[in-house]
Ligand binder design. Structure first.
Ligand SMILES: C[S@@+](CC[C@H](N)C(=O)[O-])C[C@H]1O[C@@H](n2cnc3c(N)ncnc32)[C@H](O)[C@@H]1O
Length: 298
């Protein structure tokens, strides 16, 4: 039995959807621009997301209890720089504000990159919080790290939670359950050859770096420096091919990337490797949202 209805904006492949359904939610509307992400969403959840949110009128969106939105990080640079402090019109955040104003769900959870909290000396986030408060919500925010919620991935994200009931006091979950790489990695013997780096790349890596950990994920930064940890650095949608290498030798498989984001193995991979890599890199870590929802519904 569903205990709450929700809408999933900027839905991607449904990180919010995974968390919400696990806690009794029922998705009644989703919006996503990307055709491949929409296809994956439909196959996995039986609901085809509508398209561009900027083209969807309020009366096309059903009333709902909870609004989720992991809005793209690109537009927030516009909020702070090009527009005045109180003017967020023209940004995708405005689409969220517009739906909240029209529908007034009792709760919302928004997600964005960690940098949002510091962007333009914090003014961008203040603009966002102020806008949400003006809509009648009591708003809380924090930066949460997937690493603290049972996932072996360092992924810090700004999470904003808002309650229509202004009497609600909320504390963000403080977990310290580190996930183990062993739990998400596939055995090398079962991994297709195409995921292994060339001998040349492997030799170059080994010449530059020795890891203190096994298993480990090797990370190459923009300057070509290599570091390795018993967890993964943040998956990125547009990262270069060998940005992360398992034990310095092979790329993560699509299944491993999804696991790093907390997607269960029942999630069907229907798109090609490139698309799935992008989708996993864009997703919100399921465990983080589950933990936040648990605090909200306790
Ligand atoms: C950061 S990702 C969110 C991923 C999602 N939370 C998940 O768990 O998979 C942002 C998504 O917004 C989508 N998007 C960008 N502009 C959009 C628009 N105007 N309308 C609907 N979706 C949009 C992108 O295609 C991308 O999948």
């Amino acid at each position: 039995m569903a205990t709450f209805t929700y809408i999933d904006l900027f839905a991607g492949i449904g990180g919010f959807h995974q968390a919400a359904d696990a806690l009794g939610g029922k998705c009644i509307f989703a919006s996503e621009l990307d055709a491949e992400a929409k296809r994956a969403y439909f196959v996995n959840y039986g609901l085809m997301p509508d398209g561009d949110i900027t083209k969807i009128a309020n009366d096309e969106i059903p009333d709902h209890d909870v609004l989720f939105a992991g809005f793209p990080c690109q537009p927030f640079s516009i909020i702070g720089n090009r527009l005045g402090f109180d003017d967020i019109r023209g940004t995708l955040f405005f689409e969220i504000a517009r739906v909240l104003e029209a529908k007034k769900p009792r709760l919302f959870i928004l997600e964005n990159v960690k940098q949002l909290s510091r962007h333009n000396m914090g003014k961008t986030l203040q603009t966002i919080l102020h806008t949400l408060e003006k809509l009648g919500y009591r708003v809380y925010w924090d930066v949460l790290n997937a690493l603290d919620f049972g996932l072996p991935q360092k992924r810090e994200r700004t999470i904003i939670v808002g309650f229509l009931d202004n009497s609600v006091d909320f504390l963000f979950p403080i977990n310290k359950i580190t996930g183990k790489l062993e739990d998400i990695l596939e055995a090398d013997e079962c991994v297709d050859e195409k995921y292994f780096a060339s001998e040349r790349i492997i030799e170059k890596r080994l010449a530059k770096h020795t890891s203190d950990y096994f298993p480990s994920i090797w990370h190459e930064n923009k300057s070509g420096n290599i570091s390795s940890y018993p967890y993964s650095c943040a998956l990125r949608a547009g990262a270069s091919y060998n940005y992360l290498l398992v034990n310095g030798r092979r790329r993560l498989t699509p299944r491993e990337m999804l696991r790093l984001q907390g997607f269960p193995d029942t999630f069907q991979i229907v798109c090609n490797d490139g698309q799935t890599r992008k989708q996993a890199g864009n997703a919100v870590p399921v465990n983080v949202i589950k933990a936040v929802l648990n605090e909200v519904f306790l």
